[in-house]
Design a protein around this ligand. Structure first.
Ligand SMILES: Cc1ncc(COP(=O)(O)O)c(C=O)c1O
Length: 427
């Protein structure tokens, strides 16, 4: 699994320059102008959460200062404006994912809630004893634990697509794991540890021909590359707003309409009903049947602003920028003795996530040192992927993740911090 490095020349990457105007982009993010101890912040914890541009912050402030009201209910101007902005954010999300209809776009709190919605509403109705749910060894706990709970309750089984030593999935093995018993294939689009971009489209084809449905965990893909749920041919697609420049507390579950129409509700309460009688109720139209109670209006509007911001820059350009940074990071890191990198060697097979270990330095110590010396923010731990850590045979890794505002200088700071940590630990 670890990459065995041949330590390329540090400048070999410089022929291909990222095409984003990163200096201008950085000025859009107020937090990136902050200095700590007289030094700039090198923010590389983007897979955990991303920073927010001024336009997103302003959209939320503007909502609260100018048209704060509850949605769908009020017969007055403020409520109409709030409803229009909230439903406008849904339309922006539909276009962002190329869904066929806004009926297929459910706002949630994030990827975790989206997957739980699928597991509770769809899973409880459609998974029975003896059925199988197929996941990969690289799933985030969010795309594992809801299925573990479900299969235990239903006496069904959770099966795993293995991962290869280079951190990829072998498509043939994935397809071989799909059987007539498979009810669902739940797979991450991009690994939050290895960065691997999985062949979800091909897996969806095989799953559908076996009569299974497909859930794609898009937490690490939607922020970083163009996503077209119709081209992917998935039935569910989950994302988190806070990983794509929007606030925390807002996420999305896309559900193909033909699947959504057959699903019972998840939460009961206000707004999801049409009529309530003493002993039963009837349901609202899609997608509101799945949005019980007052929704997170301000942050949905913030998500809409984030989508405007990202699409204004271009997801293709963001993807290319991250490939270049990842290529550069792999080159620089693999040239440092004692660094072990995880995941595919080819930057085009992965997104901008690079996990690594440095000799026997604990990743938490490494993260503390690069922060204290150079304000480099990286993540250390199991990254909510403990089965993957077991597969890699490590308790934890350090992880750097890139976004549109990161630069090669950020990678250089990370490498400099690692060199300093090695000196302290004499590695
Ligand atoms: C691949 C993946 N799936 C799911 C999640 C869960 O996202 P959230 O905590 O926003 O619900 C994450 C978060 O790191 C992730 O990386």
């Amino acid at each position: 699994m670890p990459l065995k490095s041949t330590a390329p020349a540090p400048d070999a990457h410089r022929a291909a320059r990222p095409s984003l105007d990163v200096d201008r982009i950085r000025r859009d993010f107020p937090i990136l102008l902050r200095e700590i101890g007289g030094k700039r912040i090198v923010y590389l914890d983007n897979p955990a959460t991303t920073q927010k541009p001024r336009t997103v912050i302003d959209a939320i402030i503007h909502f609260y200062e100018h048209y704060n009201a509850n949605v769908h209910r009020g017969a007055y101007k403020l409520a109409e404006e709030a409803t229009a902005a909230y439903e406008g954010a849904r339309e922006k999300t539909r276009a962002f994912l190329n869904a066929a209809s806004t009926e297929e776009i459910i706002f949630t709190r994030g990827t975790t809630e989206s997957i739980n919605l699928a597991a509770y509403a769809w899973g409880r109705a459609y998974v029975s004893a003896g059925d199988e749910i197929l996941v990969t060894e690289m799933e985030h706990h969010s795309n594992l634990v809801p299925w573990q709970i479900l299969v235990k309750e239903k006496q069904a089984a959770l099966k795993y697509i293995p991962i290869e030593d280079d951190g990829t999935i072998d498509l043939q093995k994935a397809v071989a794991g799909i059987s007539p018993k498979t009810r669902l294939v739940a797979i991450t689009h991009v690994s939050n540890v290895l960065g691997t971009v999985n062949p979800v489209c091909e897996i969806a084809k095989a799953a559908h021909s076996a009569g299974a449905v497909v859930l794609v965990d898009g937490a690490q893909s939607a922020p970083h590359m163009p996503v077209d749920v119709r081209a992917l041919d998935c039935d569910f697609f989950a994302l988190s707003g806070h990983k794509m420049c929007a606030p925390t507390g807002i996420g999305v579950l896309y559900v193909r309409k033909s699947v959504l129409e057959t699903m019972p509700p998840f939460h009961g309460g206000g707004d999801m009903i049409r009529q309530v009688y003493r002993d039963h109720a009837t349901w609202n139209d899609l997608p509101w049947k799945f949005e019980a109670g007052t929704p997170n209006i301000a942050d949905a509007i913030g998500l809409g602003a984030a989508i405007d911001y990202l699409t204004g820059i271009g997801l293709d350009a963001i993807r290319e920028h991250e490939i270049e940074l990842t290529r550069y990071a792999i080159q620089r890191l693999s040239a440092v003795p004692s660094v072990t990198l995880y995941g595919p060697r080819d930057a085009r097979l992965r997104a901008g996530v690079v996990s690594f270990n440095v000799g026997d330095i604990h990743p938490h110590d490494l993260a503390t040192i690069v922060d204290s010396k150079l304000n480099v923010a990286i993540r250390a731990g199991h990254h909510c992927a403990q089965p993957l850590m077991n597969r890699l045979n490590v308790p934890a890794t350090a992880r750097a993740g890139f976004y549109l505002y990161n630069t090669e200088a950020d990678v250089d700071s990370l490498v400099e911090g690692i060199v300093q940590a090695k000196e302290i630990f004499k590695v």
